[in-house]
Design a protein around this ligand. Structure first.
Ligand code: OGA
Ligand code: ZN
Ligand code: ZN
Length: 457
């Protein structure tokens, strides 16, 4: 439990610190007038149970506003809720739990800086660990802590700042983990984002922009790829690895006799995500147009299912809830390259994250199983919700149509952007797409590496 009195400054139980320290603080005040108020509250608590100290850090943080930093350490030596409180030079305050600090000691004994992993075993970390002394580090660049378990740690100001438990620092971190999605409808997606195949092979900055677009918008068309098989592998080498599924590392979408997948016919395909029958369905899908059918049909439909789901949430919250709460069975049974497969998975149509945000959509009418765990009395309402969602998804206000040109590679987020195909009739030649998948882990990893290499983070 947090003890508020520890977090407030200048409380009645606080006494003045030694005069010498007060003079040091006055120097800090000259550097930044904003400090004048806080430097007067240089305090140390006299209570036996708790202590509060304020220090001046002569740190040179990269942010100009943070050139002068003052650290206040607030601790409950015997309490579970002990927190270190830091007042930075720009008048901002951050608090850090002591147990987290001990857990994250960066010394070579506790942390392996070659493997970048924690050496401390969980059983060696005491639930009751607390500081016995907290001081400004000798070089003035951080905080030194002596611990109740006899250990000592030093935490640099820059390390602490990057890990601050505040919304702006967490916001930056979330953006590093996953870029914020930009939702779209057909109006906003009038011009599809494009990249050039050769640029992506040769230019890191172009590759980074492309990966960011695929992550934020959920799709991008790569233009002018050579119209031959194998180009997806070349592009993939710039990112990471192909995701293998039971359809192989890459697959050919063309009319096949005894087709084991509806995509390998000339029929229309409803808007769908690929392979929801896998527990970990492919994150990103690529379709490379090697040859396109002439005449009518064969064009693709694309829709931002997250945007449409948000509309459904607004318009019909009850239907939205049904789609988030009902598990749907998906399956795929067949043979590919002589190997039999039988995969089954269950997912809600719309899967929410811990804060109610949409994480993934699993919509595929072709491979939705006839086995269904919905309560019989609620099944009609589920169909109604599903159909309402589909009506919105297919609405031209939200869905776009794009007929791939030969040499195009369409790249899209298979958790989010549903794709479909208008049926076609072959009047000579052949419609041939080559497809493959990537995992989001690899795409995001590459984005972070490129960001660092391009000096942009
Ligand atoms: C697929 C698919 C679309 C197309 O293979 O998964 O949806 O245009 N193909 O053939
Ligand atoms: Zn350590
Ligand atoms: Zn598909």
């Amino acid at each position: 439990m947090l003890r508020p009195q520890l977090l407030s400054r200048g409380g009645v139980s606080l006494a003045r610190i030694a005069a010498a320290s007060t003079r040091a603080m006055a120097t800090a005040a000259n550097v930044n007038n904003g400090w004048q108020r806080s430097e007067r509250k240089v305090c140390i608590e006299t209570s036996k149970r708790n202590f509060i100290k304020q220090f001046r850090l002569a740190s040179t943080s990269s942010a100009a506003a943070r050139k002068t930093q003052v650290v206040v350490a607030a601790a409950e030596p015997d309490g579970a809720a002990a927190l270190l409180k830091i007042h930075w030079g720009d008048c901002k305050t951050d608090i850090y739990p002591f147990i987290w600090l001990r857990d994250n000691c960066q010394c070579p004994q506790c942390f392996n800086r070659y493997t970048l992993s924690r050496n401390i075993l969980l059983q060696d970390l005491s639930r009751d660990v607390h500081p016995t002394a907290v001081e400004v580090a000798k070089d003035g660049q951080g905080v030194a802590v002596n611990w109740s378990d006899g250990h000592s740690s030093v935490f640099s100001a820059s390390w602490l700042l990057r890990r601050a438990f505040n919304s702006s620092s967490r916001g930056q971190r979330l953006q590093e983990i996953k870029l914020k999605k930009i939702l779209w409808d057909s109006e906003k997606m009038k011009d599809l984002p494009q990249a050039n195949f050769s640029d992506l092979l040769a230019n890191d900055a172009a590759l980074l922009t492309f990966l960011q677009e695929v992550e934020q918008l959920g799709l991008c068309v790569v233009k002018e790829a050579p119209t031959r098989s194998g180009e997806l592998e070349r592009l993939t080498k710039r990112i990471g690895h192909l995701k293998r599924t039971h359809y192989g590392l890459t697959f050919s979408v063309k009319i096949k006799t005894n087709a084991n997948n509806l995509a390998y016919t000339e029929k229309s395909l409803n808007l769908h995500v690929d392979q929801p029958y896998l527990e970990s369905k492919p994150g990103v899908q690529l379709l490379h147009c090697i040859s396109q059918c002439e005449g009518h049909g064969g064009d693709n439909l694309l829709v931002d299912s997250f945007h449409v789901a948000e509309k459904l949430r607004e318009m019909h919250p009850g239907k939205f809830k049904i789609l988030t709460d009902t598990l749907v069975d998906f399956y795929d049974i067949g043979v590919e390259n002589g190997t039999k497969f039988h995969v089954i998975n269950q997912e809600p149509t719309i899967q929410l994250g811990i804060s109610g945000e949409i994480k993934t959509v699993s919509f595929n009418n072709m491979v939705r199983d006839s086995h269904f765990g919905c309560q019989p009395e609620q099944t009609k309402a589920w169909y109604d919700a599903m159909m309402s969602y589909h009506d919105l998804l297919a609405d031209p206000q939200y869905a776009i149509t794009y007929k791939l040109l030969e040499g195009d590679i369409i790249v899209f987020d298979n958790n989010r952007v549903l794709h479909g195909r208008n049926g076609f009739q072959m009047t000579g030649g052949e419609r041939h797409l080559e497809g493959c998948y990537w995992d989001w882990d690899e795409v995001r990893s590459r984005r972070r590496v490129l960001l660092a290499e391009c000096g942009l983070n």
